[in-house]
Each structure stands twice: as C-alpha cells, then as structure tokens.
Ligand binder design. Structure first.
Ligand SMILES: NC(=O)c1ccc[n+]([C@@H]2O[C@H](COP(=O)([O-])OP(=O)(O)OC[C@H]3O[C@@H](n4cnc5c(N)ncnc54)[C@H](OP(=O)(O)O)[C@@H]3O)[C@@H](O)[C@H]2O)c1
Length: 267
C-alpha cells in the first residue's frame, strides 16, 4: 500500500457527520477531528447558540457546519433535530453519540431524578437518536455509528452508579445494534475514553492528591487530552474500519489494564 492509499483509507471527504454534544469538551474535539479528515458536520447542543465556537472552528477548516438544537431527554426534540439534520435531503453518513452527563454521589444518596437524568440522557437518548438517524443509513445500506462510552463501560467505580449503569448499557447497546444493522452495511462501535479533563469533571482535577493518585494508576502516566481521541474517531468513521463492528475501543492510557490495582475514588 502506498502513502496515498493509506491516506485515502482515513479520508472523509464527501461525508457528513452528526456529533451530539458538540458545544464543548470532547464532542467539540471529535467534530473538529472529523472535519480535519474532510467531513462536513451537523453539530448539536441543547441551545443552538452555544454551538457558535464549534461552528466557527469547523468553517475555519473549510468544512460546512450546521448547528441544531437537541435535548436528548425529550423525544419530540430528538425527532425535530433528526428532521432538521436531514432537511433538504442531507444524508448523515456518520453519527457520533457523544452527548452525556454525570451525577457523582454515593449510591445511597442518588435520587430518582438523578438516576433519570443520567440514564435518560446517556442511554435512552443515545438509543432514540440512533433510531432516528439509522433509518436513513439502513435504507442506503451504509453508515457509521460511534457511541461514546467510557472506562465505566467495562469497570465499576464507587460514587458513579447511574453513570456506570448508563455506560455499561451503551456498550451492550452497541453490540445489539451492530448485530442488527450489520447485514445492512451499517457498523456500530463504541469509543470509550479514559480519564480526560473537561468541564464535566474539572472539579476532580483541581484536587492535586486525587490527580497524583489517578496518574499513578495510568500506565502512560497522564490523563488524556481531547486530541488523543482524534485518531480513534476518524478510524471508526472511515474506510479503515470497514470490517469492524460491535467493538469497544478504549482510549485510556492503559488504565483498564490495571484491573488488580485500586481505582481512583471520587469523594
Ligand atoms: N471527560 C471524560 O473524561 C470522559 C470520559 C469518558 C466518557 N466521557 C463522555 O464523553 C462525552 C463528552 O464528555 P465531556 O467531558 O466533553 O462532557 P461535557 O463537557 O459536560 O459536554 C457534554 C456535552 O453534552 C451535551 N449535553 C448534555 N446534556 C444533554 C442533553 N440532555 N441533550 C443533549 N445534549 C446534552 C452538552 O451540551 P449543552 O450543555 O450545551 O446542551 C455538551 O455539549 C459525555 O458523554 C461523557 O460522559 C467523558
């Protein structure tokens, strides 16, 4: 294989990707990575206005970016967002289910509403967003669905019961949909980041003792930076992963290899 063939394997020119939760953090980074690989983007957040920075970043890369409002806790919002995303015959080739939230509490303090907030967003929302966008992919017999999981898709952590339940569910959902959609040419994989510092968890990283404890448990000896996800998302969206479906790709500096070590505890 020549260099040009290798580059073509990861080329997303002519494709359109939809990334949920792209107003900040990892979703914004994933949208940028797909744009740099040549894709046009539809990006979502609960308020379309909060996507201004992401849209400007993608347009500066020479790609198109359409901001769409989406609240994953609301079925009508999912239907409306999917309609807007595909308006005028636009086809979504790549769906990245990134939007999510977390509630950190001891299990005995988790309320009914805490549970619903996390599960409705991370698991139910991911499923129904996928259902809305997959209809077109299945009809065209091609498409890539990338569900953002977590190390909590495969590990349990104290203080994160609803989140771990949701992320374990995302991994299982990935396998079920991969089995169901595979015959129609649509792959479904789970991209599972390890510990990355973003708005969602910044408070943890302000505790130096906790950070030192965490870093000591990561074989590559540092938390992830958002750019560490670029290669994995482009890989799973591109021709390079044509024969891969139902898998969970952990991008975690190796922390899940340390299964016998004590895990960092969010107090
Ligand atoms: N950071 C990590 O270390 C890490 C590790 C593993 C997995 N993850 C997962 O990766 C994803 C991104 O993480 P992050 O750290 O970048 O989080 P973040 O900074 O909190 O960003 C979350 C994104 O999801 C959107 N969102 C939240 N609730 C939503 C809802 N009900 N409907 C639609 N969109 C909603 C937010 O948009 P608006 O608030 O603007 O609506 C925002 O764009 C999350 O699913 C997270 O669980 C993160």
């Amino acid at each position: 294989m020549g260099k040009a063939d290798a580059t073509a394997l990861f080329d997303l020119s002519g494709r359109t990707a939809l990334v949920t939760g792209a107003s900040r953090g990892l979703g914004q980074q994933l949208a940028g990575a797909l744009a740099r690989a040549g894709a046009d983007l539809v990006v979502t957040a609960r308020q379309a206005e909060s996507l201004a920075v992401t849209v400007a970043m993608i347009e500066a890369l020479g790609r198109r970016a359409v901001p769409v409002a989406l609240d994953l806790r609301d079925y009508a919002s999912i239907e409306a967002a999917a309609g807007e995303a595909t308006a005028g015959g636009r086809q979504i080739d790549i769906l990245v289910n990134n939007a999510g939230c977390n509630v950190r509490k001891p299990a005995l303090e988790v309320t009914w509403d805490d549970w619903n907030t996390v599960l409705d967003t991370n698991l139910r929302g991911t499923f129904f967003m996928t259902q809305a966008i997959a209809r077109g992919m299945l009809g065209r017999k091609t498409g890539r669905i990338i569900n953002i999981g977590s190390v909590t898709s495969v590990f349990g952590y104290a203080g994160l019961a609803p989140y771990c339940a949701s992320r374990g569910g995302v991994k299982q959902l990935t396998m079920s949909l991969a089995d169901e959609f595979g015959p129609q040419g649509v792959t479904v994989n789970c991209l599972a980041p390890g510990w990355f510092r973003t708005a969602q968890n910044d408070v943890l990283y302000q505790d130096e003792a906790w950070l030192a404890y965490l870093v000591d448990r990561i074989p590559l000896r540092c938390p992830g930076v958002p750019e560490d996800l670029d290669g994995a998302v482009v890989f799973l969206a591109s021709a390079a992963s044509r024969y891969i479906t139902g898998q969970t790709l952990l991008v975690d500096g190796g922390i899940t290899t340390g299964a016998t070590r004590a895990l960092p505890r969010a107090e």
